[in-house]
Design a protein around this ligand. Structure first.
Ligand code: SF4
Length: 344
């Protein structure tokens, strides 16, 4: 079986060509599935005139089973829980953006996560595997269907759900290519963000391959000692090496790398943390996104307004780069960063 959600645009074209089906027709089928969400083989054959041999090679496309959809009454974040064929739960979040009607879709790349960040519920899940490309795409397609049904339009995708995307490198990159493709989901490359806790070989590979997607690196903290406590697996790589890879990327792509900094009250928000972050960044072109921690176990607490303002002011003194406070919504429905665990 071949699946237009599971193969890169070129690979799907080649598979269709091997069946004697030319690019305009294979593209029509890809577009029906990826752009319009048409899954009915009868419609492919009757309205789209897809030849039987291609239709049979594609077959009925498997879908993730939607188990639950819950919308936050507070801020409109919507969490979708899906069940896989092997009985695993994964989660996807529809994030309302400032522009009326526009949403971003936060997709998962793995079930569970081996990175073990102390403040993250996903890290506490036991079963884990990489998601297939079609499972990543299907999260987007079903979320888009739901968003469209209520008059909303996905304008961006973030790989910030469950899992470390760079541990599922190939599938994530093919998924991003299908999301961007003009006869696929048509999401602009710059509106697709791939987030990592800082896997240096994969960051370098991503840079070398010249992808246009945005790169976000979640630092956890600015010193190796702090990272050892908060993001122990990621901390096996010295933070200076992560920053050097970020710098190589920023210079090669001529754009700012987003550094996500999870703010944890009393842990990583002192003046010396801001100073350490400033020294680490130097003149590397970055944008620092401040995200308040949401730890479902209650072990780590978000800062109050006073602590956050003091830290932001300290960063302004020590980091000569844009600093943005990123809203991590959906806290009331366990849809915020670090709370996806296939349970809520
Ligand atoms: S924060 Fe991200 S990388 Fe860290 S454990 Fe959670 S899902 Fe994995």
């Amino acid at each position: 079986m071949i699946d237009p959600r599971d193969l890169s645009p070129d690979a799907f074209r080649r598979e269709a060509e091997a069946l004697g089906v030319g690019p305009p027709i294979s593209r029509r089928l890809s577009s029906a599935v990826l752009a319009r969400g048409i899954f009915d083989p009868q419609v492919w054959m009757s309205s789209l005139q897809i030849p039987r041999r291609l239709m049979e090679a594609v077959g009925p496309l498997e879908r993730l089973r939607l188990e639950r959809s819950i919308v936050s009454p507070r801020d409109g974040f919507q969490k979708l829980s899906f069940r896989t064929a092997d009985d695993l739960i994964l989660e996807t979040v529809i994030i309302p953006l400032h522009k009326p009607g526009a949403v971003s879709i936060c997709v998962s790349s793995q079930v569970g996560c081996a990175m073990g960040c102390r403040f993250c519920a996903t890290a506490r899940m036991t079963r884990r595997r990489n998601l297939k490309t079609w499972e990543i795409l299907d999260q987007f397609l079903q979320a888009r269907e739901m968003a469209r049904a209520s008059g909303r339009r996905p304008t961006g995708v973030v790989f910030m759900g469950m899992g470390e995307p760079f541990l599922n490198y190939e599938n994530v990159l093919v998924a991003a290519d299908l999301l961007r493709c003009s006869w696929g989901a048509s999401i602009g490359a710059k509106a697709i963000t791939i987030s990592t806790v800082g896997l240096v070989p994969e960051i370098d590979r991503f840079t070398r391959e010249g992808h246009n997607y945005r790169l976000a690196i979640s630092l956890g903290a600015a010193t190796d000692a702090q990272r050892e406590r908060l993001v122990p697996v990621a901390a096996r790589t010295p933070v200076a090496e992560v920053m050097a890879a970020a710098r190589r990327h920023a210079l090669a792509r001529r754009e700012r790398v987003t550094l996500a900094y999870v703010c944890i009250s009393g842990q990583n928000m002192a003046e010396e943390d801001a100073r350490a972050l400033g020294a680490l960044i130097g003149d590397t072109p970055v944008r620092v996104d401040l995200i308040e921690v949401t730890d479902p176990t209650g072990m780590y607490h978000p800062p109050d307004a006073v602590e956050l303002k003091a830290f932001r002011d300290a960063l302004t003194r020590h980091v000569g780069q844009p600093i943005v406070r990123r809203y991590s919504g959906g806290k009331d429905i366990q849809a915020a960063c670090g709370t996806l665990a296939g349970a809520g």
